[in-house]
Design a binder for this molecule. Sequence first.
Ligand SMILES: Cc1cc2nc3c(=O)[nH]c(=O)nc-3n(C[C@H](O)[C@H](O)[C@H](O)COP(=O)(O)OP(=O)(O)OC[C@H]3O[C@@H](n4cnc5c(N)ncnc54)[C@H](O)[C@@H]3O)c2cc1C
Length: 374
Amino acid sequence: MGQPILLLVTDQDRVLEALASDVGRRFGAEYRILVERSPVAALATLERLAAQSEEVALLIAAQRMREMTGVDFIVRAHELHPTAKRVLLVGRREWTPTNPAVRAMTLGQIDDYLFEPWLPLGRWLYLPITQVLADWVPSQAPSFEGIRIVGPRWGSRAHELRDMLTRMGIPHGWYLADSQAGRELLQEAGQDGSRLPVVVFHSGRVFVDPSNAELAEGLGFGTQPAAAAYDLVIVGAGPAGLAAAVYAASEGLQTLVVEPRVVGGQAGTSALIRNYLGFPRGIGGGVLANRAGATAWCGCRTAARSQPPRWSSQAASPGGAWACRGSRRCSARACSTARPERRHGPWRVTTSTWLGRGTPPARHPCTWQGTPLR
Ligand SMILES: Cc1cc2nc3c(=O)[nH]c(=O)nc-3n(C[C@H](O)[C@H](O)[C@H](O)COP(=O)(O)OP(=O)(O)OC[C@H]3O[C@@H](n4cnc5c(N)ncnc54)[C@H](O)[C@@H]3O)c2cc1C
């Protein structure tokens, strides 16, 4: 099997030549660029490539072709290469709801579109192609395993750990304990396999049946509050909690985010978040979760110039509570040891509900609402 393939299809010679030249210049080192002037011939080529188990990473097809439309071609091509990303080439100045790209995106028939002409190259050609290829890469076996997990075939904990790492975007490998590779890995890690799963970091660090907190700590997340007191404690690092953290930190509030599982919340479990402002083509849930986590991290670092806030991830058991000392500042302690107090804030923050501190929520605008800790 050779390099992954990018297939370009249009029956307009001038367009095909320019596209092949521009795409080849940027992506030619890593991908094999194939061109076809006829969608029917392209389907025959794709059939042959599938039979040879060649990998097609990306299909780019013009919508207007004599033999069939680009969307029809892409739908048929995708049956032959289901993991290939699909991009439709459409004309500019067609901002109408009837543009075939809109319908094809809505129906999930294409992943993205390109405009013709696609200048300037960096913005209108290289950026979209780089983005779709970045989404294609995770569908392939990782070339690097930052973490390797050895577990039993049916154990649920190993699958939970894999799910966490997938949602965090960390490349990892999975090995059955009774496979040859699994046995070798256990031996390398100095384990006899009586306790599973075993998690082996690239650095050589080994964890046996780790808790979420241990894994988070191994990955470099804080598992203990870095400061003795915080202005705001946000429970839950879903999109709402992270957005709240960014705004709070930008206002100079010393902020702590606690999360028992994975940064990104439910959004990280979605293959594609479709309706999110700023992402007209949609965005993978895992990518959005990673970007949101990074925004919270960077946002807090930026705000550190005025009044250092803290951002940290704290393993907390669901239903846990955080105690507040005094009406101005909250003392963050582990949920297992915290004794909830009702007289002062903070207000508990869950999913998309913002909770005010100190003042009853009803007196705040509607974004500040919720219930006190119980
Ligand atoms: C499969 C799927 C597809 C979706 N597709 C779309 C879409 O296309 N477009 C769209 O707009 N939305 C979509 N959504 C919805 C979107 O993901 C949610 O609206 C969004 O995640 C809600 O964010 P949130 O922060 O309010 O809550 P959540 O994402 O639920 O985050 C809450 C966080 O709080 C944590 N938590 C819970 N209890 C505690 C506790 N006691 N202590 C500490 N932490 C705690 C949880 O672990 C979680 O991380 C989809 C959701 C799913 C599941």
